[in-house]
Ligand binder design. Sequence first.
Ligand SMILES: [Zn+2]
Length: 229
Amino acid sequence: MRKKVELVILLLLLAGLLAVSKNLERYVSSGKVKKAEITVVIDAGHGDQDPGKIGVNDALEKDVNLQIAQKVKKLLKKKNIKVIMTREDDTSLAKDGGGNRKVQDMKARVELINKTKPDLAVSIHQNSYHEEGICGAQVFYYTHSTDGERAAGIMQKALLAVDQENHRQEKADDGYYLLRRTEVPTIIVECGFLSNREEAEKLVDEKYQKKIAKAVVQGIEEFVGSREK
Ligand SMILES: [Zn+2]
C-alpha cells in the first residue's frame, strides 16, 4: 500500500515537472520569436553632396551621423533586433537624373521606412546653432504621433546616460518631412551641437560615439519593450 502511494506521488511530481518545463520552453521560445520580430530602421542623415551641418572643427554632420548609426546597428544586431539602414556609406538615396536631389533623397528614405514598416525609425543627426554656447542632445517627434511622442520621451531620458547635465526636453515638430510622412513611430535624434567647440570634439570621438550609440539602443529597447505590455 505504501509503495503504491509513493509511486503515485512520484508520478504526480514527474507530471508537474513536465508541465513546468513545457511552459518554460514555450516562454523561452516566444521570447525569442518576439525579439526576432522587432525591426528598427536606422537613418543616418544626409550623405554624398549633402554634408549637413559643418562643425567648428570642420567635422561634417553626414560623417558623424553615419559613424554613430553604424555603431547603433552593431549593438542592435547583438541584441537580435533586425536593423535596416537607409545608407551604409557616403551616398545619397536620390535616384540619378533630374529633379531636386535633396527632395528625392528624403522621399526615398520615407518610402523605405513605410515599405519596411519597422517598430521604430530612428534618424540620426547633429545640430548647429549660431550661438556657440548651446549644446546637448535633443529628440524630435511628429506633433500628431502619440507613439512618436512616447518614443521621443523614452529616448531623451535614455540619452541622460551620455550627459546627466543635459536638461533638454523632447520636442514636437510638424515641419520635418521625415516625421510628417512616415507611417510608423519615427524620431530624430540630434546627438549634439557641432557649433559648440567642446561638443563637436566629443562627437568625432570614437568612445563618445559608442556612448551615444549605447544610449540610443537602450532607448529603442525600452520603447519596444513598453509596447509589448
Ligand atoms: Zn541633419
